[in-house]
Design a binder for this molecule. Sequence first.
Ligand SMILES: O=C(O)c1cc(=O)[nH]c(=O)n1[C@@H]1O[C@H](COP(=O)(O)O)[C@@H](O)[C@H]1O
Length: 275
Amino acid sequence: MNFVAALRQAADAHDSMLCVGLDPDPSRFPGAWAGDAGRIFDFCAAIVDATHDLVCAFKPQIAYFHAHRAEEQLERLVAHIRRVAPGVPVILDAKRGDIGATAEQYAREAFERYQAHAVTLSPFMGFDSIEPYLRYEGRGAILLCRTSNSGGSDLQAQRLASGEMLYEHIARLAAGPWNANGQIGLVVGATFPAEVARVRELAPTLPLLIPGVGAQGGDAQATVRAGWQTDGPIIVSSSRAVLYASRGEDFAAAARTAALATRDALNAARPPAAP
Ligand SMILES: O=C(O)c1cc(=O)[nH]c(=O)n1[C@@H]1O[C@H](COP(=O)(O)O)[C@@H](O)[C@H]1O
């Protein structure tokens, strides 16, 4: 099954737009695991076990694994997700972007080594840096468009000669000529609901990955109102607010409580279904 179909199916099955981001920081692990990078798999697997029936996707962030030489733990984690939650797609957050020949290696890393269903990419180097990922039939390529950080405005909010802003141009390309096989999605930060709405206008059916709720303070409900579109899935991602809801032995139960509350808050903001 392709990424977009798997995403829709998981979203329907779990009545959820929530993606739990897996950003394991050993210094924030509970109890005896604190500071132990050898526990990255155990920590993330416990979060997955506690939340997989509440999410439409999981999003491991590659830096949190590579920084601790924990690539093998990431491989085991994706295998674990595929085993306990076979219907839940894995978005590898790697934000890659390089010339075609190097992109081929990054694509191989994401889709063959880590078995991800989709990967985040920077579109800064243009279509030939994206195309190697699209050769993997059915896998998703989610392009940074209007990121959640304030510095995102330095480039993404600049006006081009055409009059549109750079992020609008990215959305237009992603929804049009770059998306021949329906594999592309866009990243838009929950910290910018007006821009979420603008991207949704330009890309009505593309999956939107929306980080920035929780620790970054984005408004979950404004995000859903801005991005909601029956034919265009939204994936609202939260990492720290779920992972570190408690530093005690109850961390997994607390993560579940936080995930449930976020999922329900997102669902409450959906417009009522048409009769
Ligand atoms: O691509 C991303 O996931 C991403 C894009 C963006 O614009 N902003 C952003 O925060 N992210 C990622 O989303 C996660 C946010 O984590 P929390 O702020 O803890 O929910 C981190 O892994 C970021 O790398």
